[in-house]
Design a protein around this ligand. Structure first.
Ligand code: MLC
Ligand code: AMP
Length: 496
């Protein structure tokens, strides 16, 4: 860890009139972004010298304010806590309370009664960027590498989501490593439709582009038609998405006539890079995309706690079904269940990682932090082999982690919420394979009163983000259990 001061977003000011962000018809130049960032810094500090790692949460869709907040909070010595605009009040309450947030920034449109109640209970003040005091810009403040910069929530195999703390140094390392590895240039233009409470959208797209002086086109959500139009118009040079989005794009292309299809596929073909990640890209998807667009995906592997760890090469052979080699600075070994290193490349082993991009801690949870590392190696829970020099992910060590549309979901968290239903007495959640979503959330349950799928779905929607709600329900008299009383989850798959 470096205690020396670090340059955070090196040249915002010098990039002048070049475009940093697009939002529909609106544009924001780097000069304007720099001004907004300075306003955030000055307003937050309000005469103080540093926020001293105050966790400042914000609930914004992709927007100019979001960008100014995430850069400005860190520059002012705070920890940026971007929250999910899809989250329900209970989920937000958990995040605010775990991170010890006292100030939450959000636009008027996202203020709800439920959230106001939560804020009142937790003594959190709801703020807006426009309300920040208009004070003179402070001189540029030194910030150090070890300082906390970003908290992102991630689901694990125990309890509710954990608050992953990245430092100024780990975020800077993530950004600079990808800029170098994937050849980011200031002339790049990239669309951003991924959620902005996870590292894929936050770091790989937004922060990399703004650090490098490129342009980001903001979308409130992914819409295949809207994005494809701009692709066809030749607006983008780089495209990054989760496999589900490429599946949706292919499905959309298939609804079009040959001429319209060709305009869009040529738009993709003209780009310098198409990246797939956050979940396994099936080989047939890789091949279909190449046949349509002549783009060979650059598939990479990452994790909230690590940023990106493995990547196929920008120049060189990109192998379908493989996630490439360690990025510069990343050291990887594979270990067995006893923690011994697995040497034979074809024997599966859990990926253990050391990297300058690794997180510092789970906020307020030293026990989980200690458990996540073994002798300084972060244990990912992902099982891999090495195949002619390239890593191949086989799956995860725990059946309780589900990846759906690129979101990492905890079966245990979903089960705990469903058990709050007065008529649900037993429940088991698993992921089942699905061509579009990678995995779908499926739920087997025992109920004390007859319940319909629809009623349960509606009940669940009020209490959890839409993407966590089970898509398949199976009612039973009893869940299969082993001698210790534990549900034998693998045997449930055949029910769906
Ligand atoms: C949306 N839905 C999902 C879902 N996303 N269900 C399961 N899994 C998901 N991922 C639900 C909605 O709530 C809705 O339910 C229904 O699906 C239809 O919605 P849609 O409009 O068809 O989907 P859409 O809103 O377009 O979302 C699809 C998506 C989105 C693929 C764009 O899931 C997405 O943005 N995923 C990316 C997640 C991500 O960024 N992960 C990176 C984590 S970082 P209903 O019932 O309301 O109709 C990481 C590290 C790394 O993993 O390596 O990058
Ligand atoms: P998250 O915690 O949301 O950051 O999700 C990280 C997890 O996503 C990893 O632990 C992997 O299980 C999965 N993942 C990310 N990229 C890939 C990939 N290219 N192939 C397979 N799994 C991936």
């Amino acid at each position: 860890m470096t205690t020396e001061s670090i340059t955070w977003f090196p040249s915002l000011a010098q990039r002048g009139a070049s475009i940093a962000l697009l939002d529909g018809e609106r544009t924001l130049t780097y000069e304007e972004l720099n001004h907004s960032v300075n306003r955030v810094i000055a307003g937050l500090l309000n005469g103080e010298h540093s926020l001293n790692e105050e966790r400042i949460a914000f609930l914004y869709p992709a927007s100019f304010d979001y960008a100014a907040l995430i850069i400005g909070i860190v520059a002012a010595g705070g920890i940026a806590v971007p929250l999910s605009v899809h989250a329900r009040a209970d989920e937000l309450s958990h995040c605010l309370s775990v991170a010890g947030v006292k100030r939450l920034f959000l636009p008027q449109s996202l203020r709800t009664e439920g959230l106001s109640r939560v804020c009142e209970q937790l003594s959190v003040t709801q703020c807006s960027v426009a309300d920040l005091p208009d004070v003179a810009y402070p001189p540029s403040l030194p910030i150090t590498g070890e300082q906390g910069a970003l908290i992102v929530f991630t689901s694990g195999t125990t309890g509710k989501p954990k608050a992953v703390v990245h430092t100024v140094e780990s975020v800077s390392a993530m950004v600079t490593s990808l800029i170098e590895a994937w050849g980011w240039a200031d002339r790049d233009v990239i669309p951003l439709f991924l959620p902005l409470h996870h590292v894929h959208g936050i770091v790989n797209i937004l922060l990399c582009a703004l650090w490098r002086g490129a342009t980001v086109d903001l979308f409130a959500r992914f819409d295949a038609e809207q994005v494809s139009e701009k692709v066809a118009a030749g607006q983008y040079s780089v495209f990054m998405a989760v496999p589900t989005i490429y599946v949706k794009l292919i499905a959309y292309l298939k609804t079009l006539d040959a001429e319209a299809q060709k305009r869009i596929t040529q738009g993709f073909a003209a780009m310098r890079l198409n990246v797939s990640g956050s979940a396994a890209c099936p080989v047939p998807l890789f091949e279909e995309w190449e046949a349509l667009t002549s783009q060979r995906f650059l598939e990479r592997y990452g994790m909230t706690e690590l940023g990106m760890a493995l990547s196929n090469p920008y120049e060189g052979e990109r192998r379908p079904g493989h996630v490439g080699q360690p990025l510069p600075g990343v050291v990887i070994k594979r270990v067995d269940e006893s923690g011994n290193e697995v040497i034979d490349p074809s024997t599966p082993g859990e990926l253990a990682v050391k990297s300058p991009t690794a997180f510092r801690e789970y906020w307020g949870n030293p026990e989980s932090t200690a458990k996540a590392f073994a002798n300084g190696w972060f244990l990912t829970g992902d099982i891999a082999v090495v195949d002619k020099g390239a890593y191949r992910i086989l799956g995860r060590a725990s059946i309780d982690i589900i990846k759906s549309g690129g979101y990492k979901l905890s079966a245990l968290e979903i089960e705990a919420t469903l058990l709050e239903h007065p008529d649900v007495s037993e429940v088991a959640v698993i992921g089942i394979p699905d061509d579009e979503w990678g995995e779908l959330v499926a739920c087997a349950l025992v109920v004390s009163q007859p319940l319909s799928d629809d009623a349960l779905t509606e009940w669940a929607h009020e209490r959890m983000s839409g993407y966590k709600v089970p898509r398949r329900w199976h009612f039973t008299d009893a869940l299969p259990r082993n001698a210790l009383g534990k549900v034998t989850k693998p045997s449930l798959k055949s029910w769906f």
